[in-house]
Design a protein around this ligand. Structure first.
Ligand SMILES: [Zn+2]
Length: 317
């Protein structure tokens, strides 16, 4: 793993400020002014630094992401067979999960592979997880082969409640971001909308029976926009602070880029005793639950060094 990939991994875990690594056993990790690891040597080298914002896990929002039909559901494909809806659904669902988790939500998936999960089971997964919202990812079809029908729509069980607000939040993001025809929010008696306890929405991201639209639906770029617009809408509804993906040069992404530069700078092997970033009260190690097991290589004046981060759990107080 390169340093850049490592920084991306840490940023995706919610780290905010900097990482500076040295594989030596006397390296010390500080947070809020306290040494929080168990160095093997007496020599103080404050050159392993991680700082991130505290998350209140007791109030973490739960999103159930449903990747629609699986491979066994017949007929969900473009008329020429070059596009399979189950593949789009899972791809966008996974992208959606990544964006939501980055913004602090816990995500429960109804399926992780291509196999179908029954409608009843999807509702059960959502309800048992205590999900705050349910989002089902689909693309639409007109009957009878290729068609001019096109555009984005959201489907809810009834108007006037949380589901409609959720759908309108996503719609407000999706239509401008995708530049698609807006078919609006519609009421439908679908089982996943009816039998889920939380506000639930089913998104049709376009028609795979429209020749122009299906070409867009096949591309990674458009799928990413679909996932981003869904995630932004869900974040708006849940009141989650939006975090741009690492390396994105817009909005708060500027901060993420700066953070990564800082991390790269600190990992160049500069020997500045006691130089570390202490974000004071913002450093809370106890709230971190993510596991990390990675190896990092980085250049120094004397060659290449390796650093090994075993697990964030090991850094807890
Ligand atoms: Zn579908």
């Amino acid at each position: 793993m390169s340093l850049r990939q490592f920084c991306d991994a840490l940023l995706s875990l919610g780290m905010q400020d900097a990482v500076n690594l040295d594989g030596g056993g006397s390296s010390r990790l500080y947070a809020a002014g306290r040494c929080v690891n168990r160095p093997t040597g007496e020599r103080v080298i404050a050159n392993v630094i991680a700082a991130w914002e505290e998350q209140d896990l007791s109030r973490q929002s739960i999103v159930c992401v449903d990747a629609g039909h699986g491979v066994q559901t017949a007929g969900k494909r473009s008329p020429d067979g070059s596009y399979l809806e189950h593949e789009f659904n899972l791809d966008v669902a996974r992208r959606l999960r990544t964006h939501l988790e980055r913004c602090g939500a816990a995500v429960v998936m109804t399926r992780e592979d291509e196999n179908d999960v029954s409608l009843a089971q999807r509702c059960r997964i959502s309800n048992e997880s205590g999900a705050d919202v349910f989002v089902s990812v689909h693309t639409n079809a007109a009957s009878g082969g290729w068609s001019d029908a096109q555009g984005w729509s959201a489907h809810i069980i009834a108007r006037g409640a949380g589901a409609e607000k959720l759908a309108e939040c996503i719609r407000a993001r999706a239509v401008p971001m995708l530049g698609c025809v807006d078919r609006g929010v519609k009421v439908d008696n679908f089982q996943v909308l009816r039998d889920t306890d939380c506000p639930a929405v089913l998104i049709e991201h376009g028609f795979h029976t429209n020749r122009a639209e299906v070409e867009k639906l096949k591309t990674a770029q458009y799928r990413e926009l679909c996932a981003l617009s869904d995630a932004r809408g869900v974040a708006d509804y849940l009141g989650l602070a939006w975090k741009e993906p690492a390396g994105t040069a817009s909005g708060t992404g500027v901060q993420a880029t700066a953070t990564r530069r800082q991390a790269v700078y600190d990992a160049q092997g500069r020997e500045e005793s006691g130089r570390y970033i202490d974000a004071g009260d913002r450093c809370t190690l106890g709230a971190v639950t993510a596991q990390l097991l990675i190896e990092v290589e980085y250049p120094t004046a004397s060659g290449t060094r390796r650093a090994y981060v075993k697990s964030l759990e090991a850094f807890k107080r």
